[in-house]
Design a protein around this ligand. Structure first.
Ligand code: GLY
Length: 361
């Protein structure tokens, strides 16, 4: 079992537990941070048949009354309409209407964590919640740090807030039921941590050739990623500085996702292409050592991740930059790779960045 503590002020600090088989112990763990009696577990239609029974039984065994709610799996559900349906389910009197003294559990991947967190943050002005992420992407990134959101027609995650969970329970055994595509999609975010903070992690990944070789390392890999993320969040919870490094590869990644109408590329796949592209730009600008993009390309390719997306038309790029949360006015904060294991932030005008993109990729 591995345990990390996210140190935040104002009683918003919490533990992250990483342990094989943790789903069966969810009730015991949650009892440590929640003294109430009623819990709503919200999950999606894919995860419900796999893990909802295990979590619900564990909660019931620990003495909680449980309400189970699901929503259709997929990014297309991550919107305000689904949130309204979740509110309806949460407030429905059968078997009990939720109050602020109750608890919500978000069980599933990034969509479940982000959207259920958003519903928890807003219903009755805030109901406490616990994250139980079941995809690699959610385990290493979205379940930690309190970013909760839904998508708007203008772009992803544009309606949201910071609302920290009471606990994060990670069971690496849930990775076994992921398809290769979804598993490796999450691995793109793991590679990102190597690029921005941890060359040793990058080297560990370089030493593995496939999913089987990664599996024995997964508990430790998740711990390392959560440790990096929690340290960054502790320094900059509200994402006004250092936390932006977590968006390495994401500026162009978001453009690729949008251009592919959120169906050509999954998030990690788009970020993979975005990381290569920003390294190429960094190399051309003399910030990133030459050969970095090639080393990154080789690692991504080992795991079947894409390394090059279609060229982004300038108009689409400018539209994406307009909604980029790292932007302010005419400028954007770029995350560039200084060397593998170290990222830097550089404020650049959106015009200049668009020009670099046109020239380089
Ligand atoms: N996923 C990036 C962040 O939490 O800041």
């Amino acid at each position: 079992m591995k345990k990390l503590h996210v140190n935040l002020s104002g009683g918003r600090d919490y533990d992250i537990f990483i342990e094989n088989g943790l789903l069966q112990k969810a009730g015991e763990r949650i009892k440590e941070v929640f003294q109430g009696e009623r819990i709503a577990v919200i999950t999606d239609s894919n995860v419900r048949p796999l893990y909802a029974d295990t979590v619900v039984s564990s909660l019931e065994k620990a003495g909680f009354a449980v309400k189970l709610i699901d929503f259709p799996a997929g990014e297309q559900s991550k919107n305000l309409e689904t949130v309204v349906q979740l509110y309806d389910g949460l407030l429905h009197p059968d078997p009990f209407p939720m109050t602020r003294g109750d608890l919500i559990v978000a069980l599933g991947g990034g969509v479940a964590g982000d959207m259920v967190g958003f519903a928890a943050a807003t219903l009755l002005r805030g109901i406490p919640f616990v994250q139980i992420p079941t995809t690699l992407l959610a385990q290493v990134d979205s379940s930690v740090g309190g970013k909760v959101a839904v998508d708007l027609k203008q772009g992803k995650n544009l309606a949201g807030m910071f609302y920290q969970p009471k606990q994060v329970l990670i069971d690496p055994q849930t990775l076994k039921t992921l398809s290769d595509r979804i598993f490796f999609d999450g691995l793109a975010e793991v590679i990102k941590y190597g690029m921005i903070r941890d060359e040793k992690l990058f080297q560990l990944l370089e030493g593995c050739k496939n999913r089987e070789e990664l599996l024995p390392h997964m508990e430790e890999i998740i711990r390392v990623c959560c440790h990096i993320k929690k340290e960054i969040v502790e320094q900059d919870e509200m994402d006004t500085g250092e936390r932006m490094v977590l968006n390495f590869g994401h500026t162009l990644g978001h453009a690729y996702e949008k251009l592919g109408h959120y169906s050509t590329y999954m998030h990690g796949e788009a970020v993979a292409c975005g990381m290569v592209a920003i390294c190429e730009i960094g190399e051309r600008q003399g910030i990133t050592p030459s050969g970095t993009a090639q080393r990154l390309r080789a690692l991504l390719s080992t795991f079947g991740l894409p390394v090059k997306a279609e060229k982004v038309p300038i108009k689409a790029l400018v539209e994406t930059l307009a909604y980029d949360k790292k932007g302010s006015g005419g400028s954007i904060t770029l995350v560039l790779c200084k060397r593998i294991g170290e990222a830097i932030l550089q404020k650049t005008s959106k015009e200049t960045f668009a020009q670099w993109v046109q020239e380089t990729i």
